[in-house]
Design a protein around this ligand. Structure first.
Ligand SMILES: NC(=O)c1ccc[n+]([C@@H]2O[C@H](COP(=O)([O-])OP(=O)(O)OC[C@H]3O[C@@H](n4cnc5c(N)ncnc54)[C@H](OP(=O)(O)O)[C@@H]3O)[C@@H](O)[C@H]2O)c1
Length: 382
């Protein structure tokens, strides 16, 4: 099967090179921007790709929602299989792409969009066929994991940890989507869509790590906690879906604490299989390109869809689950929480709340910030 590649950046170069040595797959044209076609295999118009009858599949590794959606739709309408590493595209327009793929008998797979080289969505899409997935998620953003690890294990402050992540190529020049939790949120949206046939697009919550200070890191460490940014999804008792991202504190000894540097750890809990944990490189040229190739090989084996026909957009319900939270905030706002314990430190207080839903915690944090209160919070996990 000849594969056209859209985008020739970090992942695109890797995909093109791996296609050159893959069995059953063949290098096709590569779409680049006008003025950048400096080799015969590079083209600058999507029409050249969709009208080429020898191209069997299109791998999109450009990023962004547009023109990626328009190009994907054109490829699927021309009956070409479509695989992508682009989580922003699938989170925004995955339902439309699924319908187009069904209509035109083409494949639509996107395992590289969540977890990079970690075969999370690939495994989930197989597991949900024979098991009920109770919950899913994990450490799905390597940049923030690198920063949290550097702040706690190497005692760096936030600015140093971010600069280090950028120097090593883990963080983008604009790291907002990583540090705000948005990148991890998009990934958990995709995982819920694969496991539950529902893509949560409203009621989502994401708290990142931007509000964590070196003093927070040192305090949590002194209490025996390791902080990780966790993306979580699952089913509430009434069958609705929850999906949120927030920092979580773990006691030494649980698997999350051993996820160091820019590694990812994806997890799901099957009613029959129990807890399944996958760990590895969540980003980078070769891990991500290997996931794109895995999808293309799945197409050769006859796999056509990660999203089933019934998959639709829903609102998440993050109000059912309850957990304890660690909160650092100005002492004048402390009374807004029912607390199990509180540790005053000058004008600041560090408290542990009574059980609270993510919806209630994130809403309270928003209210306090709107009134000028600087605050950091993390759920207390295992
Ligand atoms: N890098 C990773 O480790 C990783 C991991 C998992 C998933 N992903 C996802 O994979 C996708 C690509 O990531 P990347 O890191 O490879 O990005 P990248 O290095 O910025 O590469 C994207 C390439 O696509 C090109 N491009 C963008 N829009 C285009 C257009 N309209 N026409 C032609 N070419 C266009 C860019 O060209 P210009 O440079 O000229 O703009 C660039 O060469 C993203 O969706 C990302 O979220 C990346």
């Amino acid at each position: 099967m000849k594969v056209a590649v859209l985008g020739y950046g970090v992942v695109g170069v890797g995909v093109y090179e791996m296609l050159g040595r893959a069995e059953g797959l063949e290098q096709g044209p590569v779409l680049v921007r006008p003025g950048k076609a400096d080799a015969p295999f590079k083209v600058t118009s999507i029409e050249e790709i969709v009208s080429d009858p020898t191209v069997g599949a299109v791998a999109e590794v450009m990023g962004g929602v547009e023109p990626a959606f328009t190009y994907a739709a054109a490829a699927l309408q021309a009956g070409k299989h479509f695989v992508t590493s682009n989580k922003a595209l699938v989170a925004a327009r995955g339902i439309e792409l699924k319908a187009l793929a069904e209509e035109h008998g083409a494949a639509f797979l996107f395992s590289a969009a969540c977890g990079g080289g970690v075969p999370f969505l690939h495994n989930l899409s197989l597991a949900r066929e024979s098991d009920r997935i109770r919950s899913l998620g994990g450490i799905l953003n390597g940049t923030t994991n690198y920063m949290l690890d550097a702040m706690q294990r190497l005692d760096m402050d936030y600015a140093q940890a971010l600069a280090d992540a950028q120097r090593l190529g883990y963080a983008e020049a604009d790291p907002t989507a990583d540090v705000s939790g948005l990148d991890a949120l998009r990934k958990i949206m995709l995982a819920c869509a694969v496991a539950y046939d529902r893509l949560p697009t409203e009621g989502l919550l994401n708290e990142g790590i931007e509000n964590m200070t070196a003093a927070d890191a040192a305090h949590m460490k002194s209490r025996g906690y390791t902080c990780r940014l966790l993306a979580r999804g699952g089913l509430n008792g009434d069958g609705s879906v929850y999906a949120f991202v927030e920092p979580v504190l773990f006691r030494e000894g649980v698997p999350e604490c051993s996820v160091l540097e820019n590694y990812n750890m994806a997890k799901y809990e099957g009613a029959c299989s129990g807890s399944i944990v996958l760990m590895g490189q969540g980003a980078g040229r070769w891990p991500t390109a290997s996931a794109v190739l895995r999808d293309l090989n799945s197409v050769l084996l006859g796999h056509r869809a990660m999203l089933r026909p019934a998959c639709c957009r829903v609102a998440a319900d993050n109000g059912a689950l309850e957990q304890l939270y660690y909160v650092r905030l100005p002492a004048r706002f402390a009374e807004r929480f029912a607390a199990e314990s509180a540790e005053p430190d000058g004008d600041t207080v560090r408290l542990v709340t009574k059980p609270l839903s993510p919806a209630a915690m994130h809403e309270l944090a928003g209210e306090i910030r709107a009134q000028g209160g600087e605050l950091f919070f993390a759920a207390i996990g295992g």
